[in-house]
Design a protein around this ligand. Structure first.
Ligand code: C2O
Ligand code: CU
Length: 443
């Protein structure tokens, strides 16, 4: 398995140049006419530490507008920070400047375009890359790997295949599923080694259920920060946009990293059809050779904050829905379908939620449609406190929270710092492009 090039911060700073290009890029072992940052799929991995300053010059060599979102980073949404209202036209460039707080949670994050209307097309074409924020104290592992899982569809000539109307409604799932831009790469290790895998679900719409039978998996966290204790798991479900920070302790033999389908609902009575997206083998892990010396124990995690005992300033209810035609926003999605939050389609000039800096809020997010919607809030991570009305009994911080068809989840958010305007949306990016997004303003 090849990994993308790593760009690492030094002395508290990283300066990088990301050129979004259209043209020949290497995908699945062949030349494809697709997109890539700096000509690669995925783009370079950015490795940072809490407190760092990250400066990125984004150069647009596509034939459509683009911009950049640093998904999951707790940084300012204003000016040339994580400002998704910026438009970078073809041939132009933009200088982003992000400052990570000293107490930024460790974990794996990622970057991708966020120009409303073309987000799904640009991700599906190959524009994404990983960001790692290191732990204050490194974990004792034999090696770290970054696995960016993504999907796309290419025709016989290696050109991007355009999705059908139905695929846009359901959220397109590519025919090719890739790890670091490759089909079924091979990883090798010695028995008894502990590895740390950073897995990003960069698929446009697909959810994946990952298994690695025959190997020991301990989950350190999903999305942001770490659990108090690593959790022994058999499988992990990642909605689009989620990431897993995982320890793999190897045992001799050959194991297959499987991506199994996830039933994320369908159009229900509206049109029939559902998505389960069975995938099959993603990668092969070959473990051979002499047994490695036992790894040192994993030190306890820096304690994550728990908002369950905190006083809540404001409670809100948000409703994700899909309908046939004539939404209040007036827009019309594929097949006449509308994708709404609180009955409205996205309008960049309207503020849907106004929050006060320094407060803690509780949001109950309901999904009245027959399809799951993974809810993503920019800038501020969410602590899941209840699912389907049942309280959650551990501390779970995520920035993408799946809201099951006909279900709900309750999260708490600490709006401690950062003012400005940003968005929350469904991370099935075809839904986001079709209006399932709202604007939040903090002040
Ligand atoms: Cu990963 Cu608003 O996006
Ligand atoms: Cu959705």
């Amino acid at each position: 398995m090849a990994e993308p090039e790593t760009l690492r911060s030094a002395d508290g700073a990283l300066q990088a140049r990301l050129e979004a290009v259209a043209g020949p890029v290497r995908i699945a072992g062949r030349e494809a006419t697709a997109y890539g940052y700096n000509g690669g799929v995925p783009g370079p991995t950015l490795r940072l530490r809490p407190g760092d300053r990250l400066q990125i010059r984004l150069v647009n060599r596509l034939d459509a507008p683009t911009n950049l979102h640093v998904h999951g980073l707790h940084v300012s949404p204003e000016g040339n920070g994580d400002n998704i209202f910026v438009t970078v036209d073809p041939g132009e460039s933009f200088d982003y400047d992000y400052r990570l707080p000293e107490d930024h949670p460790p974990g794996v994050f990622w970057y991708h375009p966020h120009h409303h209307g073309t987000v799904a097309d640009q991700l599906f074409g190959g524009l994404y890359g990983a960001i790692v924020v290191e732990d204050p104290e490194e974990l004792p592992v034999a090696r770290e790997r970054v696995l960016v899982v993504s999907d796309t569809s290419l025709d016989a000539a290696g050109r991007l295949r355009q999705p059908s109307t139905m695929e846009r409604m359901m959220g397109r799932e590519g025919e090719l599923i890739l790890v670091n831009g490759q089909v079924r790469p091979v990883l090798t290790a010695r028995p008894g080694e502990r590895e740390r895998w950073r897995v990003v679900n960069a698929c446009t719409s697909r959810y994946v259920r990952l298994r690695l039978d025959g190997q020991q998996l301990d989950l350190l966290g999903i999305d942001s920060g770490r659990y108090a204790e690593p959790r022994r798991v058999e499988e992990i479900v990642l909605a689009t946009g989620n990431r897993a920070d995982l320890l793999v302790t190897t045992a001799a033999g050959t194991s297959t990293l499987q991506a199994l389908g996830v039933d994320r609902g369908g159009m229900g009575g509206m049109m029939g059809g559902s998505v389960s997206g069975d995938v099959g083998p993603l990668a092969t892990l070959e473990v051979t050779g002499d047994e490695a010396a036992p790894a040192a124990p994993v030190p306890p995690s820096p304690r994550s904050r728990d908002l369950r005992g905190t006083e809540v300033t404001e409670r809100r209810r948000l409703t994700f829905d899909m309908g046939m035609g004539g939404g209040m926003g007036g827009g019309m999605g594929p097949g006449g379908m509308t994708f709404t939050i609180d009955g409205r389609e996205f309008d960049p000039d309207r503020i849907d939620q106004t929050v006060s800096v320094g407060t803690v809020e509780e949001w109950t997010i309901t999904n009245t449609s027959p399809m799951d919607h993974p809810m993503h809030l920019h800038v501020w991570p969410m602590q899941i406190v209840a699912e389907g009305g049942r309280p959650v009994d551990d501390v779970r911080w995520q920035d993408v929270v799946n809201i099951p068809a006909g279900g709900e989840a309750t999260v708490r958010v600490a709006f401690d710092d950062f003012s400005g305007r940003t968005v929350y949306h469904c991370h099935i990016l075809d839904h986001e492009d079709n209006g399932m997004m709202g604007v939040i303003a903090a002040g």
